[in-house]
Design a protein around this ligand. Structure first.
Ligand code: AMP
Length: 183
């Protein structure tokens, strides 16, 4: 059974209101399914919108933030739990260990790096957990194209994408991850 879901998303709001709307929808969906949010611990961009929505709806949000980022005062002050760690690597390992599934929403380098590392760890057998991409306004279409190309050109087993779900509805994605974990 899934208890905690890690969401990677932008520390910016992006160029369309749909992204923040999707972050609110994801926050409500997590609370709806009684799932705790694990995320980067920031109060800015989509990260902040997501965490605020979870907390405003009575859910739990745990953040993991490296000391250096906390010092820049970008950490969210009102979280259920804020774990301050030494390095970005330690933070990611902690987020992986705490979480039963991983969702990426629109974001930049940090978001791409985080979800790709989680997929790499799954490919290496470090964890068996599912991942999902919330494809707001087709944001992840080019990434899916790149991933399929990597498989087509022999640089990645196609099965490495078996535990990756793509969807436009937060509830649908959470249910796909839940079914994956159960099956
Ligand atoms: P980006 O997509 O480049 O905006 O980076 C967002 C991702 O990187 C999030 O999922 C966070 O885990 C991490 N991150 C980047 N900036 C921050 C920040 N200011 N505070 C906390 N986490 C951050």
């Amino acid at each position: 059974m899934m208890r905690r879901v890690c969401v990677f998303c932008g520390s910016n709001l992006g160029d369309r209101t749909e992204y923040a709307e999707a972050a609110r929808a994801m926050g409500r969906a997590l609370v709806d399914r009684d799932l705790e949010l694990v995320y980067g611990g920031g109060r800015i961009g989509l990260m902040g919108v997501l965490a605020d929505t979870v907390l405003d709806n009575g859910g739990r949000a745990t953040g993991g933030i490296p000391k250096a980022l906390e010092a820049r005062e970008v950490a969210h002050g009102g979280l259920s739990e804020l774990r301050v760690v030494s390095t970005m690597h330690e933070r990611k390992a902690m987020m992986e260990q705490l979480s039963d599934a991983f969702i990426a929403m629109p974001g930049g380098l940090g978001t791409f790096e985080e979800i790709l590392e989680i997929l790499t760890w799954a490919q290496l057998g470090i964890h068996p957990k599912p991942s999902g991409l919330l494809n707001v306004a087709g944001y992840f279409d080019p990434l899916m194209e790149v991933l399929h190309q990597a498989a087509d050109r022999g640089f990645m087993p196609p099965q490495s994408l078996d535990n990756l779900y793509l969807g436009t509805e937060p509830l649908e994605l959470l249910d796909a991850c839940e079914n994956h974990s159960a099956g």
